[in-house]
Design a protein around this ligand. Structure first.
Ligand SMILES: Nc1ncnc2c1ncn2[C@@H]1O[C@H](COP(=O)(O)OP(=O)(O)O)[C@@H](O)[C@H]1O
Ligand SMILES: [Mg+2]
Length: 373
């Protein structure tokens, strides 16, 4: 069955691809990621089969990096008992740390990093939560101190340690002021069984040494063609993949893998990361307050808003509002994007608003628009 459908999809293949060939279930290793775009084969990521254990995720805000990160971490912990240390800037990882029975360490000042015990933090599941710190400069200093301490801890370990540890730096561009420390972690981590996982928005945030020491790079939607061209120069994406990068839907990515046993690099697309949803959005109106899962929000947005740039603006806006919207402000935002009532009404219905709440919010939104204009 699988062989037949593989043969069929191969015969209609328009582009040279290097997806892995189908294998018996027993040989699928690693953490499940999603299905490949072309042959719809389940893909499992096992970094122990790659040149090094590091993973870099690149893509614009709202493209699906954190979702991948969280789903992958949950599966690495449950399936392979990995130890995980997360540097959490924005309170984004509390749910998964709790879900994995880990510990959240909340820091209020940079000085508190001195009292952290990295023998404890580098075993089991921990997050160092920087959200309560004063400002981004303090967070960056704390993150830099943490990376130095992890490096020190690493140097205290025996080389060849077959540890299974993951250090997570989401929004890594915010802390790349000390590139040397991070680069060292990428360069030496493999020897000590420490994998670094970073997510960032622009390829230029990650230096070439980090990229060349990353055996798994996932590229999500990229903002514009300048960023795509920067990726082309690194060789992570080639000419065939480049055009699609600015229009990838949320959760779709191009993977670039460097296997351990062959120098042959593998590049293919994952149709959609199939993960575990932990994001919730809140939409408030005079009449009701609704919670919408991130998955439902993305599904409704992709079903009704056809233009990629408008979808991205919607996701950016709701993320910037800390995942809380009032329905009147939301409608005004959608009208300003150039969407009209015939799209907005079914969109809000799909999100779960009642017709009554939609009608009232529309009237207030129109009123507010007129006042402003
Ligand atoms: N593969 C996916 N399937 C379903 N929902 C997704 C997927 N990827 C992302 N999302 C949702 O899209 C929104 C933005 O994703 P996120 O991972 O936070 O983006 P980023 O970290 O790149 O800014 C979130 O609500 C998230 O739950
Ligand atoms: Mg994110």
């Amino acid at each position: 069955m699988l062989t037949n459908s593989f043969a069929v999809s191969r015969s209609v293949c328009m582009m040279e691809q290097s997806e892995p060939v189908p294998q018996p279930v027993a040989e699928w290793p690693g953490a499940y990621v999603g299905k490949t775009l072309q042959y719809k084969l389940p893909f499992f990521l096992d970094t122990s089969k790659l040149m090094n254990p590091h993973v870099s995720l690149i893509g614009m805000t709202g493209s699906g990096k954190t979702y991948f990160m969280k789903s992958y971490l949950i599966r690495c912990r449950l399936g392979r008992d990995a130890s995980i240390l997360i540097i959490d800037w924005n309170n984004e990882y509390n749910e998964i740390v709790t879900m994995l029975d880990g510990t959240i360490h909340r820091l209020c000042s940079t000085a508190e990093t001195a009292s952290l015990d990295f023998n404890l933090l580098c075993n089991g599941v921990h997050s160092i939560n920087l959200a309560s710190m004063h400002n981004d400069i303090d967070r960056r200093d704390a993150a830099t101190a943490i990376i130095h301490s992890v490096t020190e801890f690493m140097h205290g370990m025996k080389i060849g340690n077959s540890g299974n540890r993951i250090i997570v730096l989401d929004e890594a561009w915010k802390l790349l002021n000390d590139k040397a420390a991070l680069t060292q972690l990428f360069r030496e981590g493999r020897k000590y069984g420490i994998g670094v996982m970073v997510a960032t928005q622009l390829v230029k945030d990650i230096n070439n040494e980090i990229l060349s020491n990353t055996a798994c790079v996932a590229v999500f939607r990229i903002q514009n063609s300048d960023d795509s061209n920067a990726l082309l120069e690194t060789g992570i994406v080639d000419n065939e993949g480049i055009d699609s990068l600015t229009t990838l839907p949320v959760g779709r990515c191009l993977l670039h893998l460097v296997p351990k046993t062959t120098s042959q690099k593998t590049k293919f697309a994952i149709a959609r990361i199939e993960g575990i949803q932990t994001t919730v959005y809140t939409i408030k109106s005079d009449r009701m307050q609704m919670k919408v899962s991130g998955e439902k929000f993305i599904w409704a947005t992709e079903s009704l808003i056809k233009e990629h740039d408008k979808r991205a603006k919607i996701v950016n806006m709701i993320e910037a509002n800390e995942r809380e919207l009032d329905s009147v402000g939301f409608i005004r935002f959608l009208l300003r994007l150039g969407l009209d009532r015939s799209i907005i009404v079914p969109y809000l219905r799909l999100l779960g608003l009642t017709d009554r709440a939609i009608a009232d919010s529309f009237n207030s939104a129109k009123g507010a628009m007129v006042e402003i204009e």
